[in-house]
Design a protein. Structure first.
Length: 482
């Protein structure tokens, strides 16, 4: 009767492996049909977003980055570690078979039993000098053998199968985490590259400003030498030139610093000479006209959270099955002999097979507490997924809103550059005519320089935001499984 109950239990529980199918709708997250902020008017996203910039140095830089970057190579090693950890965690479902070989030699003595040489007859011809009556008797023994040892937990309840599935779901989650990290690292590298372009443009602007102030200074000096201008104008002009030299050196240092950071990213010696181009591209990669729900399928970090939730579901199932009896198989087969030359002789063969059933009866509520922990971790994983989805939506909405704001700022600064240029040109004409002071000219020149600098920064910010939007939408993620 007990055997029938046991067999029935095996059939029932072995057919009840946990199904970790999961739907986002089960979370109760409200997902709108469209984004609250409108998408910019662009062409469809092609995937190879870096080609749109038409920058051969950028293409080469990103290619070197993916091949030689210590950060990327480190991620690839993390992938190998994750794969082997999954293999280790899931290996318990298979039998463990080990080969053993042994050679044992031992020596025993009979002193503990009161045996000495005096108890045994002695040869009359032996010399007393060559034999010690108190000598302790001893004897030796040698044994050798080879064999195979098998240990296997028979997974009648599916506990080990659930553990295996949990391990590989964790591995899938790790793959997606690494893929998203690699993609985001690539995006950050591109953003740093364009900061380098901006820095080169700012350095060129500072050179142009210096040259403009030198021209003004020379003009003022010539008129000062002729007594047509006061020493105040000359000193103001000289001060402006000196200030421009300081600004120019600062810009050059900033460019060198960014260049060194870029060179380190691709594993090259940091000479500080990578970027020389100062033209910020006008073309930008398009983005796909997506909708909120598709973000869950595209973003690897969200898919990673889903895999982690499914993995935790399997761990709950594993903990439940820890409460049930375990069936273990132990077996040994091999030979045992008193001489090494006989260890491969079949006549000295030995073997044994044994089954062991272990059922938890009392363990201080340890197993049930472990089950409650796994259930709590499952609920925690669910909330982490909810938070991840909402955070992803927020990132997209923020970048879309920033796109609109940057477009307004871009157009305003573009107009300001034209107006400031006209104001500067007019102030120089008025100064030449003696209508206005040199201070007015220098102020208008300074204002023009500041606005041009802001215009360069906003151009780079537009690109930076577009790349961040591509990242927030999931973008063209590198597949680590290839």
């Amino acid at each position: 009767m007990m055997f029938k109950i046991f067999a029935l239990s095996v059939i029932i529980f072995s057919s009840c492996y946990n199904k970790a199918s999961f739907k986002v709708e089960d979370l109760g997250v409200s997902i709108p049909e469209s984004w609250s902020t409108s998408f910019p008017k662009t062409e469809e996203f092609t995937g190879n977003w870096w080609l749109i910039f038409q920058d051969t140095l950028l293409i080469k830089y990103l290619d070197d980055f993916n091949k030689n970057s210590p950060d990327v190579l480190n991620l690839l090693q993390n992938q190998k570690v994750a794969k082997n950890n999954a293999t280790i965690s899931s290996s318990s479902i298979f039998p463990q078979i080990n080969f053993t070989s042994r050679v044992d030699t031992n020596v025993q003595n009979l002193s503990g039993f009161g045996f000495t040489s005096t108890l045994f007859p002695q040869d009359s011809n032996s010399s007393q000098d060559n034999f010690d009556n108190d000598e302790v008797l001893s004897f030796g023994n040698t044994s050798a053998g080879i064999g195979l040892n098998l240990q296997w937990e028979v997974d009648i309840w599916g506990r080990l199968l659930n553990a295996r599935k949990a391990a590989y779901k964790n591995y899938d989650a790790m793959l997606h985490d690494l893929a998203y990290l690699r993609f985001s690292t690539e995006i950050r590298a591109a953003q740093l590259y364009f900061r380098g372009i901006e820095s080169a443009a700012q350095y060129k602007l500072s050179q142009e400003s210096y040259e403009s102030l030198v021209t003004i200074r020379d003009l003022v000096k010539d008129r000062y030498d002729k007594g047509l201008r006061s020493s105040l104008d000359y000193r103001l002009a000289e001060t402006s030139v000196s200030t421009a030299i300081v600004s120019m050196e600062n810009r050059k240092t900033q460019l060198r610093t960014i260049n060194r950071d870029l060179e380190i990213l691709i594993g090259e010696y940091p000479e500080g000479k990578l970027i020389k181009n100062n033209k910020i591209p006008k073309f930008m990669p398009g983005i796909s006209k997506s909708f909120p729900a598709s973000l869950i399928q595209k973003r690897p970090d969200i898919k990673s959270l889903i895999y982690k939730l499914e993995s935790q579901n399997y761990k709950v199932a594993e903990s439940k099955r820890n409460l049930l009896p375990g069936l273990y198989l132990n077996s040994n087969v091999g030979t045992s002999a008193q001489s090494i030359k006989n260890i491969i002789d079949r006549d000295y063969g030995i073997w044994n097979v044994g089954f062991n059933v272990t059922a938890p009866i009392f363990n201080g509520n340890k197993l049930r507490s472990a089950l409650e922990i796994e259930k709590a971790l499952y609920e925690k994983s669910k909330q982490e997924l909810v938070k991840g989805i909402l955070r992803a939506f927020s990132e997209v909405e923020q970048r879309l809103e920033m796109t609109e704001s940057l477009e307004i700022q871009f157009n305003a600064l573009k107009s300001a550059v034209n107006q400031s240029q006209d104001a500067y040109d007019l102030s120089k004409e008025r100064y030449d005519s003696g209508i206005t002071s040199l201070e007015s000219v220098l102020n208008s020149q300074r204002q023009l320089n500041n606005i041009k600098s802001q215009y360069i920064t906003i151009q780079r910010a537009v690109i930076d935001n577009r790349l961040s939007l591509i990242l927030a939408l999931g973008g063209d993620v590198i597949n680590f499984k290839n």
